[in-house]
Design a protein around this ligand. Structure first.
Ligand code: FRU
Length: 461
C-alpha cells in the first residue's frame, strides 16, 4: 500500500481517518503478526508507556507513529487487557494536537492516585535553536476517559548545565512525596538522571541530579527512559543509555538498557549500586519500563526493537516492531530475573523434542531444552537459520544471525553472547512469528531478537 506522504509531525486528524482505516485493513492481511506481542495496527511502535494495573485491568500505552513503518509524530496508543493475552484497542489515547507538544507526545509513565491514573509524558517541542524541554500530564478517570491537564506543560524550564533533551518522566511515590525522574544529558556530554519533587502531582520542584555511587562506569552522553521499582526489598533502577560504547559482551546494540540494584536515597540524591547488568543480551531490546501489576507484582515491558532499524518486509507490511511480552521481575543473588507469566506460556504450542529436526505446525511455539548433548539450535534450514550455540558446562551461549538470508542491523554486529556465572540448566525459546525471546536458567538471563528465516524448522545439533 502507498505510504501517505504526510509531513513528519502530523497528528491523527479527521482528514486522515479514511486513509488510516484502509491502512489498518491492509496491515491485517500481512503475514508476520505475532500472537502474544503487542504490536501496532499500522505504523511504528517503540517504547512502552504509562504501564499500569488500574481498575482491575492492565493498561499499556506505547509510542506510536501511525502513518508508516518509521519514526515520526509520536502518539500514545492505548491497549487494555484483563489477562495479558488478549489486548483490546482503546480510542482513549494521547494525540499530539496542542501547540506545546507540536513534535509529539514522547515517553513517560503513570501513577494511580485518588482513583485516577495520572499519565506523564514529554511534550516534544523543537525550535531552530534546539529542543525546549517540556513535561506534560493527562489524567485517566475511572470511566476510562483521558483529559490533558489545562496547566500543561506542567514543567517548562531548562535547568542550568543541561541540554534541551530532558525527557521521559517516571513518577513514583516514596517517603510521603511524589518524585519524578527524567533522563537527559549535561552540556559537557555526561548522561544525567534528573529529579523533581511534588506533593500534589501537578506542581514540580527541581531537585538536581541523582548520582550513581559504588560504580565506576562510563554511561554515555544521555539517559532515556529512567524507571524505578522496588523488588524484594531492593531498589531497582533502569536506564536506557545513548552513546555507551561496547564493553566485552555488553552494550553492542545501537542503544543499551541497564539495571542497577541497590539503594536509592532521595535525601542525598544518590543511587548506591550493589550490582548491575545489561537487562537483556539480545539484539533487539530497548526502553524497558517497570510497573506494579496485579497484587503489586513487579513487572516490565520493553520495546522489541532498537533505534532506527530497517527490518526486512517492514516497507511492504507498513507496520514495524512490537513490545516484548510482559515479564515478572524478581531479584536473585543481586541479579534481575525475568519470567513470562504462566498463562501466556501456556498459550504457545509446546513442542516435543523427540527428534533432531522439528517442523512446527504453528507460527507461535515454545521449546524448553535441557538435553546437554545438544550444542547448537538452528531455527530455519541449513541455508537460512538463526544459530544458537551452547556450552552447557561453561554457561555460555552465542546467538548468531550471520547464517540468515535476511540480514539487518549488521553494523552493530552479527553475534550476541552471554557468559553466565553458573552452568546452563535450561533454555526456553518463545517463537512468535519472527519475534523471539530466549530465557536462560528460568530467566536469569534473556536474549530478545528478531529473525526472519523463510522455512521455520528447528534443527538440534
Ligand atoms: C526512546 C525514545 C525516548 C523518547 C521516545 C520517542 O526510544 O527516544 O527517549 O521519549 O523514544 O519516541
Amino acid at each position: 500500500m502507498k505510504f501517505l506522504d504526510v509531513e513528519k509531525y502530523t497528528p491523527i486528524q479527521k482528514s486522515y481517518e479514511a486513509y488510516l482505516k484502509e491502512l489498518v485493513e491492509y496491515c491485517k492481511d500481512t503475514p508476520r503478526h505475532p500472537s502474544y506481542h503487542i504490536h501496532p495496527p499500522c505504523g511504528l511502535v517503540n517504547d512502552p508507556n504509562g504501564l499500569a494495573y488500574f481498575g482491575g485491568k492492565y493498561h499499556v500505552f506505547y509510542q506510536w507513529f501511525p502513518f508508516g513503518p518509521e519514526h515520526g509524530m509520536k502518539h500514545w496508543a492505548h491497549v487494555i487487557s484483563e489477562d495479558l493475552v488478549k489486548w483490546e484497542w482503546s480510542d482513549q489515547m494521547l494525540i499530539p494536537d496542542q501547540e506545546y507538544e507540536k513534535n509529539g507526545c514522547y515517553s513517560g509513565n503513570s501513577i494511580e492516585a485518588d482513583g485516577k491514573l495520572y499519565l506523564y509524558y514529554t511534550a516534544n517541542y523543537k525550535t531552530e535553536q534546539g529542543k525546549i524541554p517540556k513535561q506534560a500530564m493527562a489524567v485517566m478517570n475511572s470511566d476510562g476517559t483521558i483529559l490533558k491537564s489545562p496547566n500543561n506543560p506542567i514543567i517548562d524550564e531548562q535547568p542550568e548545565g543541561l541540554i534541551g533533551e530532558i525527557r521521559d518522566p517516571f513518577v513514583f511515590e516514596k517517603e510521603g512525596a511524589y518524585w519524578m525522574l527524567l533522563g537527559g544529558g549535561s552540556t559537557d556530554g555526561q548522561a544525567r538522571l534528573i529529579l523533581y519533587k511534588s506533593t500534589d502531582l501537578e506542581n514540580w520542584v527541581y531537585q538536581g541530579n541523582i548520582e550513581l555511587t559504588g560504580i565506576d562506569l562510563e554511561l554515555g552522553y544521555m539517559y532515556e527512559c529512567p524507571s524505578y521499582i522496588e523488588i524484594d526489598g531492593k531498589d531497582v533502577l533502569f536506564l536506557s543509555l545513548m552513546g555507551r560504547t561496547p564493553m566485552g559482551e555488553r552494550f553492542h546494540n545501537e542503544f543499551s538498557s541497564v539495571y542497577f540494584v541497590g539503594e536509592l536515597s532521595l535525601e542525598d540524591k544518590t543511587f548506591h549500586v550493589e550490582s548491575f547488568d545489561e537487562i537483556d543480551k539480545g539484539f533487539d531490546f530497548y526502553a524497558p519500563q517497570a510497573f506494579y501489576g496485579k497484587d503489586r507484582q513487579p513487572m516490565m515491558f520493553a520495546w522489541l526493537g532498537c533505534g532506527a532499524q530497517e527490518l526486512p518486509y517492514a516497507k511492504e507490511d507498513m507496520w514495524i516492531h512490537s513490545l516484548t511480552m510482559p515479564r515478572f521481575l524478581t531479584i536473585k543473588e543481586g541479579k534481575l530475573c525475568q519470567e513470562v507469566p504462566e498463562n501466556i506460556k501456556n498459550e504457545y504450542a509446546h513442542l516435543d523434542i523427540d527428534s533432531k529436526r522439528i517442523k512446527p505446525e504453528e507460527d507461535t511455539w515454545y521449546i524448553n531444552l535441557t538435553d546437554k548433548q545438544i550444542s547448537e539450535i538452528q531455527i530455519g534450514d541449513q541455508e537460512d537459520h538463526l544459530s544458537i550455540k551452547i556450552d552447557w558446562a561453561a554457561g555460555h551461549i552465542v546467538a548468531d544471525r550471520s547464517t540468515l538470508k535476511h540480514q539487518f542491523s549488521t553494523e552493530y554486529g552479527i553475534q550476541r553472547e552471554v557468559s553466565m556465572s553458573e552452568e546452563l540448566k535450561n533454555i526456553e525459546i518463545y517463537y512468535d512469528n519472527t519475534f523471539i525471546e530466549i530465557y536462560l536458567n528460568d530467566g536469569k538471563d534473556t536474549m530478545t531478537l528478531r529473525a526472519f528465516p523463510e522455512n521455520v524448522e528447528i534443527n538440534l545439533i
